[in-house]
Every structure is written in structure tokens, then in C-alpha cells.
Design a protein around this ligand. Structure first.
Ligand SMILES: Cc1ncc(C[n+]2csc(CCOP(=O)(O)OP(=O)(O)O)c2C)c(N)n1
Ligand code: SF4
Length: 288
């Protein structure tokens, strides 16, 4: 898996030994290659954190955004360059803490991009502080007697916000993760792939083995409606299980589709002329 050199290799990743990011990077490259993408067709938008260094290792177009501002930047790219396949990459801190507000709005707008969140349950890059997905009451380096905040459930959050594709993978099953990526990349609209991962350096108690005990395989071909998907997520949470697979998928017009709709429908979407004029100042053209 990902051992041979790939057209998507730019430089050798430099994460800590055993970091889950290696598995994600490798599966993502494989999925892109298997779907026949070329590097110039892809743009990777990243925030700040260890996970986000994917942008510098992957041979694609890339844009480095501020911490937590990945989705507004990725939305901007999709609006002005709809022909590009847009991938956004974050860690759980970047996505669900400082960036959490953007998550719900990008989901409800059905922006056509794939959001990959590498969820290791802590802030790795800043040396192991608790994140929004740190388990309730678990000891952390700054709260040895237990972390008092209940975790965010990103899958439920995007489900009720209007996401049209929701999946979860984990780094202990690369072949499933690769297939999940392929499904998410093929989806038209906002797709979230949350990946339960490990940071052996700052979260050593979470290992592939401790994650594996909780995995609930929900398959890759979801026929669930939204009620059934939410029920599945609530039941899994109650049972302390980690659902892995494609949880929900439906077809719906994307934000770009509505921008390109016929003249009658055009009145329901914002007028982009102001943006067009501003971008022209920088020598850029909108494609929509
Ligand atoms: C505005 C701002 N606040 C805080 C930071 C410090 N900071 C850098 S990375 C990070 C969190 C990284 O955690 P996560 O997103 O979970 O990614 P990981 O490093 O675990 O992959 C923080 C708080 C920053 N760079 N900018
Ligand atoms: S600190 Fe953790 S998340 Fe960051 S590279 Fe090392 S193992 Fe990976």
C-alpha cells in the first residue's frame, strides 16, 4: 500500500514514527490514483497542525489556510475554480474547535468538497492538550484527574446541518479507508470523512488495539435515510462504539450547481459580480 513511488509524492513525510497520518496519506494517494486523478486536477487546502502537513508532502496544488479557516478558504477555491477537485484537510482541533462554526455552514451549503479530518483526540502539534474529541473524563496532560468537557460528535453535527455524505474510517483498516476515500471523492457535494487516528507521541494510551475493540462496521453502501443515519449514530454513541464506513449519502444540487442554474433560478443565489470585480483586480477570473 503506497510503498511504490506515486505521481502524488512530493517529499517524504516527516511525522513521528507510528503516527496515524502516514496511513491516511498513503490511502489518500492510492484513492486518488485509483480514481485516475492527475495532480494538477486537485487542490489540497489545509489549516494548522500535524495532520495538515499533508499539503506539503502531496504533489498537488495546495493552499495553506489559517488555523480553523480551512473550509472558508476551500469554499472560495471551489467557487472561483469549480473545475478543481477540492480536498480540505484538518486535525480534530483545527476542524472541531476553532473551525467548528465553519463546519456547519459548509455542510448546509453543500459545497462540493471533501473534508478529511484526522481525529487523534488531542492537539498533537502543540504537544498533547485535549481537543473537542477527547473522551469525557479521560485523564490528559493538563487534567490528570479527567477532562471535564463532553466531546463534540462531528458526524451527528454535520448530519443535522445538511451534509450530503458522512463517513468514518480508522487507521487500523487501510483497505476500508481507501474505499471510503474513493466514495467520498466520487460524491458531488459536501463530504466529511472523519478518521479515528493515533498520536503515539502525545496520546500513547489510544492505540490501534484500543480503537479496534470499539469498531462497528456499518458497510460502504449506505441506503439509510437521514433519520436512520442519526439513529445509528446515537445508538453507536450510547453503546460506546465507533461506526466505520459510509454512514449517509444522498444526491442534492451543490452550491455551484445553483450558481449555474438557469436565469429564473439565478435570483435565489447571491450575485457574484462584486467578487468577480474584486478578483479581477488580482488578475483572477471566476469560472462559474
Ligand atoms: C489562531 C491559532 N490558535 C492556536 C494555534 C496553535 N495551534 C497550532 S496547531 C493547534 C492544534 C492542532 O491540533 P489538531 O488540529 O488536532 O491537529 P494535530 O496536530 O493533532 O494533527 C493549535 C491549537 C495557532 N497556530 N493559531
Ligand atoms: S505529534 Fe502526534 S500527531 Fe504530530 S506527528 Fe507526532 S505522532 Fe503524529
Amino acid at each position: 500500500m503506497g510503498q511504490a513511488s506515486s505521481v502524488f509524492d512530493r517529499s517524504k513525510p516527516k511525522w513521528c514514527p507510528g503516527c496515524g497520518n502516514f496511513v491516511v496519506y498513503s490511502c489518500l494517494k492510492d484513492a486518488l490514483e485509483e480514481l485516475g486523478y492527475r495532480p494538477e486536477e486537485i487542490v489540497v487546502v489545509c489549516g494548522i497542525g500535524c495532520a495538515t502537513f499533508i499539503w506539503s508532502y502531496l504533489n498537488t496544488n495546495s493552499l495553506k489556510a489559517l488555523h480553523g479557516r480551512v473550509l472558508p478558504a476551500a469554499t472560495g477555491v471551489k467557487l472561483v475554480k469549480p473545475s478543481l477537485k477540492v480536498l480540505a484537510v484538518s486535525g480534530d482541533g483545527d476542524a472541531y474547535s476553532i473551525g467548528c462554526g465553519h463546519l456547519t455552514h459548509t455542510a448546509r451549503r453543500n459545497i462540493d468538497l471533501t473534508y478529511i479530518v484526522i481525529d487523534n483526540g488531542i492537539f498533537g502539534n502543540t504537544r498533547g492538550q485535549p481537543s473537542p474529541t477527547t473522551p469525557y473524563l479521560s485523564p490528559t496532560k493538563i487534567s490528570p484527574r479527567g477532562w471535564p468537557e463532553k466531546p463534540v460528535d462531528p458526524l451527528l453535527l454535520v448530519a443535522v446541518s445538511g451534509a450530503t455524505f458522512i463517513a468514518q474510517g480508522y487507521v487500523g483498516n487501510p483497505s476500508s479507508l481507501r474505499e471510503i476515500f474513493k466514495k467520498a471523492l466520487k460524491h458531488r457535494g459536501f463530504s466529511l470523512v472523519n478518521i479515528v487516528s493515533v498520536c503515539p507521541t502525545f496520546n500513547p494510551k489510544r492505540t490501534i488495539t484500543t480503537i479496534k475493540e470499539k469498531i462497528l462496521d456499518v458497510g460502504l453502501d449506505s441506503q439509510r435515510d437521514l433519520d436512520e443515519a442519526v439513529k445509528l449514530l446515537l445508538e453507536a454513541r450510547k453503546a460506546g462504539r465507533i461506526p466505520v464506513g459510509v454512514i449517509y449519502s444522498r444526491d442534492e444540487p451543490t452550491y455551484n450547481d445553483l450558481l449555474n442554474a438557469n436565469s429564473d433560478q439565478k435570483s435565489i443565489v447571491p450575485d457574484l459580480r462584486v467578487l468577480e470585480i474584486a478578483l479581477r483586480e488580482f488578475g483572477l477570473e471566476i469560472e462559474c
